[in-house]
Ligand binder design. Structure first.
Ligand SMILES: *Cc1c(COP(=O)(O)O)cnc(C)c1O
Length: 371
């Protein structure tokens, strides 16, 4: 075994071989001719969108998606040449979308009118767009009843072309909601059938996110969209075993304090010691994405293989952890999460989900890419 380099600061290590493993596992769940879209919004769920997307482009993903136009522009600047779907574009960015060959999700009549106008003004012919339909998430999307209106708006113009139609599942990870998910799948099927009748051609169809891929093989259709699975989480104990979390967040002990019985630790004196304890101060705080909900003993870090709970309130740039029973010294490595002590476990301890914890890791923390 190669000895681990000593930690000197807080870093987020990103393991590209783990990403490859997750991608291959997800690919093994879909048919050969089903396209794979990688969701790399929010800095690839808090990791590093450029490095992740470039690596996935080499591995052969067919499509990328981000939430906002600015994220798509960054990917283009980094050298991504594959199609990029913008899931939540706002009309102010429509010119940029066309200039950078990004493909908007069009989700209501207002946005359709505005995109049509910009595409026509810029003399576009058959510019690719993606129609988003609402099938019960009630977040973004047209209703089935909008189809005829969409047709009448689009068929009089050469400017745009519907490349895909899609929807999003509300609870694909929750087996208790199977009936609702099956209802969404049926609803989407009705929309696509009606679309084909009205438009007389069939665009690409896609519906499944990561848990949709794992739990609803009958709904894979022409393309699947995965985010969290690529980053190493399967949204269930059973599926988590098939994935490897790609990110390791580690830090270092800056200082150790001996706290006498009756003393307090941190802001608001939120922790009052009932015994004599030892604490370690770690350079990571709520400005780095470890929110205050992890304080007061809910969250923990790992030092020399042992759990050290967070003591008192999380500060902006620091946490203090209880190391009374841990053999350690200033300068020792601290693991906030990795593939064994996962972000999901830490997130669950504070009543939240892996998605929130990993995507909140701030840009202040240095990223290190492991090839
Ligand atoms: C974020 C997002 C996804 C990815 O979902 P995961 O659960 O992370 O796989 C897929 N589709 C849409 C529309 C999204 O917003």
């Amino acid at each position: 075994m190669i000895p681990m380099p000593k930690a000197q600061e807080t870093v987020l290590e990103i393991d590209l071989p783990a990403l490859k493993h997750n991608f291959e596992y997800l690919k093994s769940k879909i048919q050969k001719d089903t396209k794979f879209l990688a969701v790399v919004k929010a800095f690839a769920y808090g990791s590093d969108a450029d490095d992740i997307a470039l690596y996935l482009q080499d591995l052969g993903v067919d499509y990328f998606a981000v939430a906002y136009t600015s994220e798509g522009v960054s990917l283009r600047n980094a050298g991504i040449t594959k199609p990029i779907l913008i899931l939540h574009p706002l009309p102010i960015s429509f010119e940029t979308i066309i200039e950078r060959c990004l493909e908007p999700s069009i989700y209501n009549r207002k946005v359709l009118d505005e995109f049509l106008k910009v595409a026509s003004d810029k003399n576009q012919i058959k510019y690719p767009i993606h129609l988003k339909f609402n099938t019960g998430l009630n977040r973004l999307g047209f209703d089935l009843e909008d189809l005829e209106t969409i047709y009448s708006k689009i068929s009089t113009s050469e400017a745009i072309h519907i490349k895909s139609i899609f929807s999003h599942l509300a609870a694909s990870e929750d087996i208790k909601e199977k009936e609702f998910t099956e209802h969404q799948i049926k609803w989407f099927k009705d929309i696509t059938e009606r679309f084909t009748t009205v438009f007389k051609y069939k665009p690409l169809l896609h519906l499944c996110n990561t848990s949709g891929i794992l739990n609803y093989p009958e709904a894979h259709l022409d393309m699947v969209r995965s985010g969290i699975g690529l980053y190493g989480f399967g949204n269930s104990e059973k599926e988590n075993k098939n994935f490897v979390p790609i990110a390791k967040l580690k830090s270092v002990i800056s200082q150790i304090h001996h706290i006498a019985k009756g003393e307090t630790v941190g802001y608001n004196r939120a922790f009052k010691s009932e015994a004599s304890i030892t604490t370690a101060t770690i350079p990571i705080g709520h400005a780095d994405g470890i929110g205050r909900q992890y304080g007061q003993g809910k969250g923990f870090v790992i030092i020399n293989e042992k759990k050290a709970p967070i003591v008192g309130n999380v500060c902006m740039d620091m946490i203090m952890v209880n190391i009374t029973d841990i053999d350690c010294k200033e300068g020792d490595e601290v693991i906030i999460f990795d593939s064994a002590h996962t972000a999901e476990n830490l997130a669950n301890a504070a009543n939240t989900i892996s998605y929130e914890l990993i995507s909140a890791i701030s840009q202040r923390i240095k990223r290190v890419i492991k090839k």
